[in-house]
Each structure stands twice: as structure tokens, then as C-alpha cells.
Design a protein around this ligand. Sequence first.
Ligand code: AMP
Ligand code: MG
Length: 422
Amino acid sequence: MLLTEAPPLAVAEAQRRILARIRTLPPERVALSAALGRVLAEPLPARGDLPPWDNSAMDGYAVRAAEVAAGVALTVALDLPAGAPAGVTLPPASAARIMTGAPLPDGADAVVPVERTEGPTGEGSFARVGEWVRFMAGVEPGSHVRRRGEDVRAGATAVPLGATCGAAQLAMAATAGHATVSVVRRPRVAIVSTGDELVDVDQAGTPDRIVNGNAYGLAAQVTIAGGEAWKLPIVPDDHDATVAAVEEALSADAVITIGGVSVGERDHVRRALAQSGVELAFWRVAMRPGGPFAFGTAAGGRAVFALPGNPVSAHVTFELFARPALRRMAGHARCFRRPFRARLAEAVVPHAEKALYLRGHLNEDAGGWRVATTGPQGSGVLSSLVAADCLIVVPPGAGTLAAGVGVDVLPLAESAFDTEEP
Ligand code: AMP
Ligand code: MG
């Protein structure tokens, strides 16, 4: 089943067929500090009310609102910094110095910010315990008070199942009392580089050899996608060696092979995959770069992505096919980059049958997003990928797309949206 006769698939169809075969991995329990970027496999309830007591939203004075009016002075009876005990009682006809976050004393029902008071040392400066404070205006009950449980009630969900643990979710998880969380396991991804011409970077400069740059790029892409990369040694263009490497690699959750997936005599990958029990779902996608991409599955639902060796082909096929699958394995509901529209800065000629994924650079002007190509688009040209922050999607078709025409653009990183200006 080498699929030599099957016509190339459209990109979206290839993406659908891959995702249909991908399952989310089982969960594991990790310390909160190891959960960044992971997907919650359990909802996190608040262990108690958040906040745990009524508390002050301002630095000022806790009062009984009914006792305060413009010009009224009260004695300062208490000093309540953050960390003061809850359950202290405010004596009648007095005020308590209170700092942001400190528990509201029993009997008090409002806070007056210090800026709206006068003390022995002047307007807006705190009086000490035993001194007087005068109010510039009355105050409504509940003013500048954060109610117990107003954020999340005890037992209610503080962070939902399926949420990605970003900074906010981790802050809430800790606040809600969870030192460990159950998250979806990270996919372990084996990277198998094939090619007689390859050496590792420590052998750079070896005559007639090129450095295995793809393994470094792809390992980074795996990490960014939420996986754990496992680089195997370089495999020569030999059937048995390729089979042995694939079989070792299949102990991982997913396998990425690089190179050897086209129709050359020395392209052993598809035959080696078949021999290793990998069932190929398809081979060849109607796209450039990256046409000879193949996808298959092995026992236990392991996914195998056979990427073409040209550096930009490998990068782009990972981005379009492997990244969404790894994200699904890691539990994400949203697996695909969201395309958005930008205007072409220059004319582009589509291919009759293949979708083009051009390396582009985004800019915003008065008319919105504008995208320019970053230079030569050969599948071995890394310099234009280095300069790129997006891929410009040019569907197959006839007729030049003129400058100014709207196209779909796929960002390659969130930093594509960052800007130099505030
Ligand atoms: P292949 O897909 O095996 O026919 O490889 C196509 C071309 O991509 C090769 O001639 C190499 O120049 C290049 N290539 C293949 N594998 C790698 C790799 N791991 N790192 C960098 N370049 C590669
Ligand atoms: Mg090769």
C-alpha cells in the first residue's frame, strides 16, 4: 500500500483525515508549576469562597455607612493591615484604618478611601489609632467592599475542564487551593532524519555532507506545539536501517520522519513504514512546498508524519499537518491556526493545481493587514523562512492575483501580532 496511484489530496481534506484518526492522550497529575501550556483533564473547584472574607478594595477607613456624612468626625479605633485577622468588631461611632485586602471588621459595611478624608496631619493622610478622622462626604453601604465569595463560591468551578493552563488559569488554580492538577499528557514525538548526505551540526563542514538542520527546526516546532521531541540518530538511505529506526521510533506517541518520502530510488520511507506495520492513510498533498507528505497510523493509534526533506517543505507540512494533530493529542479543542485576511503587497501567480504556501511578512497600515513575500520561495530556501512571520495561502487557480487583493494568511507565531509601538 504505497498509494503511488492515488491523486494528491487537497490540504483541508488531508487535515480532516489526519484529525479524524487522532485521539487525546490520557491525563497525568503534575505540580502546578509544571502545568503551563497543558490542558486540564479535570475541572478545578474552589476549595473555599473566593475571596474568603469581605475585604477592603481600597486603603482607607472601614465604617458603618449610617454613621458617616459630610463633615462628620470619628475616632480611629483599629488598625487593619492586609493579613489582619478576620472577625474583629468595629466599636460603635468609630472608624478602622484598613488597607486593601484586609478583612472588613464585623459591624462595618463600607470603606471610605483615605483620599476622601482629613486627619490631624491634613487631607488624605492617615490618622493613627486614637486620633480623629473627618469625612468629606457620606458613603453608600457596600462601597469599596469586596464580598466574600463574589469571585467564586466554595465548590463552584474556578477553572473548567479543557482549559489551557496559561498565567491566569495557574493563578486561579493556586488561589483555589490546587497544588497539583490533572492535565493531558504531552505527546512524545520521535524525529527520524533520513539521508546519506546528512551529518549532525558538530560535523558541519564535512565535505559532501549537509547538516541535519531539519531535526533542530522540527524539534523546536514539536516543543512549541506542546510535545516532547526525541531526536533519533541520522538514518542512512537503506531499507533495513530505516525499518529499524521506525520500529524504535514507534515507542513514542507520534513519529516524524524527514526525507525519503518521494519517488527516488533511495526513498525508502514509505516501504519501511509499511513493513513496520504503519498503515498509510494518504500520500501526496496538492500543495507547494511539501507535496510528497504522507500520513499513517500504527498500533495503539500512533500517528506517523512522513515529511519531505527539503527544509521549508518539512517546516510547512509540520505546521499544517503535524501541529494540529499534536495539539489534539495534548487535549486542545482549537488545533488549527486561525487564518485571517490581509492584502497582498505585490502580485502573486497561483499554481494551476497546487495550493501555494508563500513565506510572508505582515504589516499593518491604514487599510488593515498587508502582507509581502519575504523573497525566493524555493523549498530549500531557508532565508526567506527565517524572515517570515506568516504563510500566505494561494489556492490553486488561474489568473494573477494583483497587489491589493485579499488573501488568507496563517500566522507562524503569536509574535506575528506584536508591534514596536505601544
Ligand atoms: P528528500 O526528501 O530525502 O529527497 O530530501 C530532499 C532534500 O532535502 C535533500 O537533498 C537535502 O538537501 C534536504 N534534506 C533532507 N533531509 C534533510 C534534513 N534532515 N536536514 C536538512 N536538509 C535535508
Ligand atoms: Mg533523502
